[in-house]
Structures are given as C-alpha cells and as structure tokens.
Design a protein around this ligand. Structure first.
Ligand code: NAI
Length: 334
C-alpha cells in the first residue's frame, strides 16, 4: 500500500524502514506537517501516517478522502487531534498505537521530577562555569512525600510503581481504578483530595473534553503551596496562563512540561536560529523552577521500534482485512 508519512524525521524513517521488511508498503516520507495546505501531498496514497501535531480535522480529512485516502495510521497513542466523527462519516478508518512503551513516558516524568527537585538543570550550568555554590539548589527527600497521579492507565501505573519504589505515598485519581496501582499501595481519592494533599502532581490522563484545562486556576489554587506539577500527557490538560500566574505568585513551586497546548508551531524542529513568537511559552522559559522538554517522553529506542512495528501492522491489517489492528472509533471520545 502507498502511504504518505507526514512529519517524518530521520529517526522515523530509520525505524519505519526497519519495520517495513520485506518492503511490503511504499512509504513516501514527507517532512511537512499535515494540514489543509499539505494534504495534497498524499495524492496517490491509500493511507496517511500521522504524528501528534499533524492536523486531522474535518477539512483535512475531506481533502484526503477526495484524494483516495482511506486509512489514517497514527504513530501515537493519543488521538485527540483527529476528528473521529468526520473520519467515520467519510469512511476513513483510524488506527493508533495503543501501547508502545509506557516505561519511556513514565521514566521521563520521573526525570522531570528529579531534575526540578534537585535543580539539576541549574547545577549543570553552574558547574560548567566554575560556580560550585549550593545556594538555590536545595531539594527535598522524595522518600515519604505524597505523589498524586492523575490517570492510572498504562503510563500512570508505571509512574506509580517507580514512585512507590522511591518510598512515596501515592494518591491516585481516575474514573477507572487500576488494581495493579492499588496493589502497589496507591490510594484512590477524589481530584480535590489529591490536589490538596500532594507534593508532586503528575498528569497521565488523555486529552478529552472532560480533561481540557483540568488544571486551571481553581485547581492550582487548591494545590499545596509550593507543590510540583508535571505534565507529560497533552498540553491542553493544563491552562498555561493560569500556571504562569501560579508560578509568579509562588503558589506553584515548580513545573515540568513535556507537552504544551500550542506546541504544534514549536516542537519537533530546530528553531534555535529563529525567534519564539509565542509570548506565553517564552514567559514559561524565564522561570528558574520550570523545565520544558519538547515532547520527547516517548523518545526511546524501544518505543520507536514498537511504534514503527505496530503502525506497519495497522497498515497491513487494513490492506488485508479492511480494518487496522488497533482501530479508534467515535465511541472512544464520548
Ligand atoms: P491509558 O489509556 O492506558 O490511560 C489513561 C488513563 O486516564 C485511563 O486509566 C483513563 O481511565 C484515565 N482517565 C480518563 N479520563 C480521566 C480523567 N478525567 N481524570 C483522570 N483520569 C482519566 O493511556 P496511557 O498509555 O497511559 O497514556 C496516557 C496519555 O499519555 C495519552 O493519552 C497521551 O496523551 C499521553 N502520552 C504522552 C506521550 C509523550 O511523549 N509525552 C507519549 C504517549 C502518551
């Protein structure tokens, strides 16, 4: 099958080519992000392969359908960027990679916790300049602290396991209780209880209408003063201007982000010789107690190999049986 692969970087090609053996599918690699202006590049393809910041709204899906595209193969677990109702109405199947390496994302969330707590980002710069003073680098023992985990699916469960290993008390909030987390000692509470009691809050829920700006000004006001917030889920789960206000007032102690609501115009490219036009994002970068990474939590050898393998399996299953192996349906968003 001919597949237009959008938003590809050299590492995507390496892993997808590795999984496309023997070269069953014709993978046409495109650097461009998918949107209404780039959809035409899928001409002649039966499938498009898309990543997290590709746009798959009704207009784009209509254009793709008119070109003959019948499958969207997502290289991601999240599918919040796809208009599933429009896809269903057009008869375009959508496949995703439901699980590739929950460890990759959970471990990155822990990296953000440890970096912020022990100020590794500041220590690294200081030592390189010959400054060995410790003022401003004071952290706290994670052992014995309370960690709140919002969303205890595959990634949240891994995160619970690691934080339990550190000797933390783990509180959890999720409409669906995960027995594996309970077995680790996590206690399910309401979201307000979790926010009020946690020294560290880590977000591992999907972006849905219910979780959009879940962490807003009211939620931030109900958190422990000086608590740490970690978001490796999706940017729009957090209201960024509200977070900036909480950082400025000192209510929020520190912030670790791997995702950002407006990241589509920033992440996955080198803008170091350009300027940042997003003033909200630029303000975030001015805080010494904020660490931002550019949506790299998934970025491990194991995860990329699994993403490529499952994406190709979705495409092959669609070609053979008319459905991707891991189909996403409209029911999933309600
Ligand atoms: P999952 O589907 O295994 O778990 C999600 C959990 O969130 C489920 O248990 C669900 O019940 C829960 N949930 C749903 N609505 C909720 C709400 N309103 N409040 C609290 N919990 C709620 O998904 P998985 O694999 O653990 O991934 C979680 C999210 O992580 C993905 O949806 C994606 O947005 C993000 N992600 C980020 C990556 C990155 O590189 N930064 C990579 C992969 C995923």
């Amino acid at each position: 099958m001919r597949v237009a692969v959008y938003s590809t970087r050299p590492y995507d090609r390496r892993f997808l080519d590795g999984a496309n053996v023997p070269s069953r599918h014709e993978l046409v690699y495109l650097d461009a992000q998918l949107d209404a202006s780039t959809a035409a590049a899928a001409d002649g393809a039966t499938a498009v392969c898309a990543f997290v910041n590709d746009r798959l709204d009704a207009e784009v899906l209509q254009r793709l359908h008119a070109l003959g595209v019948r499958l969207v193969a997502l290289r991601s677990a999240g599918f919040n960027h796809v208009d599933l109702e429009a896809a269903a109405a057009l008869g375009i199947a959508v496949g995703r990679v439901p699980e590739y390496s929950p460890h990759a994302v959970a471990e990155h969330a822990v990296a953000l916790v440890l970096t912020l707590n022990r100020k590794i980002h500041r220590a690294y710069a200081r030592v390189r300049e010959g400054n060995f003073a410790l003022e401003g680098l004071l952290g706290f023992d994670l052992h014995g602290r309370t960690v709140g985990v919002v969303g205890t699916g595959k990634i949240g469960e891994c995160f619970c396991r690691i934080m339990s290993g550190f000797g933390c008390r783990v509180l959890a909030f999720d409409p669906h209780h995960n027995p594996a987390c309970e077995a680790l000692g996590a206690r399910y509470v309401t979201l307000p209880e979790l926010l009020a009691a946690s020294d560290v809050v880590s977000l591992h829920c999907p972006l849905t209408p219910q979780t959009h700006h879940l962490i807003d000004a009211a939620a931030l006001a109900s958190m422990k003063r000086g608590a740490m917030l970690i978001n490796t889920s999706r940017g729009a789960v957090v209201d960024t201007p509200a977070v900036i206000a909480a950082l400025k007032s000192g209510a929020l102690g520190s912030l670790g982000l791997d995702v950002y609501e407006e990241e589509a115009d920033l992440f996955f490219r080198d803008l170091s010789a350009d300027m940042i036009r997003d003033d909200v994002f630029a303000r975030l970068l001015t805080f010494p107690n904020v660490v931002v990474t550019g949506h790299q939590a998934f970025f491990t050898e194991e995860a990329l190999a699994a993403i490529a393998g499952i994406t190709l399996a979705n495409i092959t299953a669609f070609e053979d049986h008319g459905q991707p192996q891991h189909a996403v349906s409209v029911e999933r968003i309600v």
